[in-house]
Design a binder for this molecule. Structure first.
Ligand code: HSE
Length: 414
């Protein structure tokens, strides 16, 4: 018998209890041990639940219980999760977490403690919900040099963009629906402003390249500036808009990393990833492109990944799983503006014929795009590939000629 504790009984925590109680036999078979929850930490009370007797409001009940060998942290946020997880590891307990913020900001430190204590600190559920991605990158693709990872990593924003594209649904209605389905973060600005994607791409970059990438070193843009006009111009270009987290390995050993909405060619494997689904493309030198697809958020998909980690912990009490990264040099993350991309630019001017000539003078060859019901003077164009520094200079030159730039979206090359 292995005793575990669960910290947090929200969407994911209640899902963990559901998976553990509905799959008792298969879990026992796979772990070769019975796994029993001894404590659940939550400040709320759940008297109606059949396991109401397991709840405690006191973290010390878990920390000081030597029978508890694995602690599941599904509270989310940094405080008090960071303190609790660190103290559990220092007390000799393995930890499984779905907490992206914790892993993205404190991963190097917690992995070091786990290594020193010969324990496991596992976090499969922190990226991609129910999609296996941490293990595949650290184990199955370990023989590759991964040159790039690009993915749709947030279910809420993908759900919102899909509803806008397919059903012309208002942004706020789509967000409400995502919240009702349990996809959105407690503070949905973490989804909409790209922070959640940022944390996830930081975890994947840290894991893949072995050096910690901190979220505040990543240029991050969200989707709140995306309008139906952008959606329609992207459609005219032959693509869809998706919020993408992307990291590339450079030849000098540094990385370039970015979170931003991008126009994705309809023929890309990522373009068809809709609703709450996530899609993650991993480019390996031996494998070529490998794409992982599945439900990136929600109670049971995420709980499934958490419970799988618990099973793995039980099977590896004696032999630590090798998941590790260390701190990086301060200049490890290269300026994202050195990256080269094409862009789709949405503009307006009092004299569109003159403005189009000015655009051609500044950007050279462009592809002009039109949509139904354009306002007078409004148009969009797609540029060739150039560095982001150059794009900024050219957009400034247009602004000086009284052209209003509404939006500028990167066009992906995957
Ligand atoms: N809010 C997150 C999402 C939850 O929508 O993807 C899963 O990490």
């Amino acid at each position: 018998m292995v005793y575990i504790a669960v910290m947090g009984h929200g969407v994911v925590g209640s899902g963990v209890m559901e998976v553990l109680t509905t799959h008792v036999d298969s879990i026992r078979q796979r772990a070769k041990e019975e796994i029993r929850v001894k404590h659940i930490l939550d400040l709320r009370e759940f008297p109606e639940l059949p396991y109401a007797n397991l709840f405690t409001k006191n973290f010390e009940d878990i920390l000081n219980d030597d029978e508890v060998r694995i602690v599941v942290e599904v509270m989310g946020g940094l405080n008090p999760a960071y303190d609790y997880v660190k103290r559990c590891l220092l007390a000799g307990k393995s930890v499984v977490t779905s907490n992206k913020e914790l892993v993205a900001t404190k991963g190097a430190e917690l992995l070091k403690i786990a290594q020193e204590k010969n324990l496991n600190f596992l976090f499969e559920a922190s990226v991609g919900g129910g999609i296996p991605i941490i293990r595949p990158i650290s184990q199955c693709l370990a023989a590759n040099d991964v040159t790039e990872i690009a993915g749709i990593l947030n279910g809420t924003t993908n759900f919102i963009l899909t509803k806008m594209i397919r059903d012309q649904m208002e942004f706020s209605d789509a967000l409400k629906l995502a919240q009702e389905n349990g996809y959105a973060e407690r503070n949905p600005s973490a989804d909409i402003d790209g922070l959640d994607v940022c944390r996830k791409i930081c975890i994947l970059a840290s894991l893949t390249y072995g050096k910690h990438v901190y979220p505040d070193s990543v240029h991050t843009e969200g989707i709140s500036g995306i309008t139906m006009a952008d959606v329609e111009y992207a459609d005219a270009w032959g693509g869809v808009i998706k919020l993408i987290g992307r990291v590339k390995k450079l030849e000098n050993g540094k990385i370039r990393i970015l979170v931003a909405p991008m126009v994705i060619d309809r023929s890309s494997q990522i373009a068809g990833v809709d609703d709450v689904f996530n899609g993650i493309l991993v480019r390996g030198d031996a494998t070529g492109d490998v794409v992982f697809y599945g439900k990136g958020a929600g109670k049971l998909p995420t709980a499934s990944a958490v419970v799988a980690d618990v099973i793995d912990c039980v099977k590896h009490f004696a032999a630590r799983k090798y998941l590790f990264w260390s701190d990086a040099d301060p200049d490890y993350v290269d300026d994202y503006k050195n990256d080269e991309t094409a862009v789709l630019v949405h503009v307006s001017a009092a004299d569109p014929t003159l403005a189009l000539q000015q655009v051609r003078d500044v950007f050279g060859e462009i592809r002009l795009l039109a949509r139904k019901n354009e306002a007078p003077g409004e148009f969009a164009f797609a540029t060739g590939v150039m560095t982001e520094h150059k794009i900024d200079e050219k957009l400034d030159a247009l602004r000086k000629q009284e052209i209003v730039v509404y939006n500028c979206l990167r066009i992906s090359d995957f």
